[in-house]
Design a binder for this molecule. Structure first.
Ligand code: RB5
Length: 139
């Protein structure tokens, strides 16, 4: 099986934050958008979730203005558990409790430092399993 890949994608409202995060996390694979020209967030949520679902270890980060549009689209896909986080405490909990494989950030409602801490928490926190596994099995 291929090694784990972490993907990132955004619409125009998340482009600036995505570009900033990619400088700090250069190993994350960028799936666009490539500028702040207006685009449709579902196109990028579809693209990223398709890649994440290719390997159980893969993870993804999606950014739009509020994070809501990306969350709605991503969570329609079987096997995707996308969590919207506007701070690193939530980003940690979506891993510990929800085994989230996609972090969604609200590009217009989070500062860069909190976004960076959220990505770190998402990437390096393990799922707690136990009672949380039982709940995930009920989804
Ligand atoms: C784009 O203006 C905005 O609607 C989008 O980024 C997102 O917030 C949708 O949920």
């Amino acid at each position: 099986m291929k090694n784990k890949t972490v993907y990132i994608a955004s619409d125009h409202a998340g482009f600036k934050l995505k570009s900033w995060l990619l400088k700090i996390f250069p190993k994350i694979a960028d799936l666009g958008t490539k500028s702040d020209e207006s685009v449709d967030y579902p196109d990028f949520a579809h693209k990223l979730t398709k890649e994440v679902l290719k390997n159980k270890k893969n993870m993804g980060i999606l950014i739009c203005g509020t994070g809501v549009g990306m969350s709605i689209v991503a969570n329609r896909k079987k096997g995707i558990r996308a969590g919207l986080a506007n701070n690193s405490k939530i980003a940690r909990l979506i891993r510990k409790h929800n085994d989230a494989n996609v972090l969604v950030l609200p590009g217009r409602f989070i500062n860069t430092n909190e976004a960076k801490k959220s990505v770190q928490a998402f990437l390096y926190t393990k799922f707690e399993s136990g009672r949380h596994k039982k709940r995930i099995n009920k989804i």
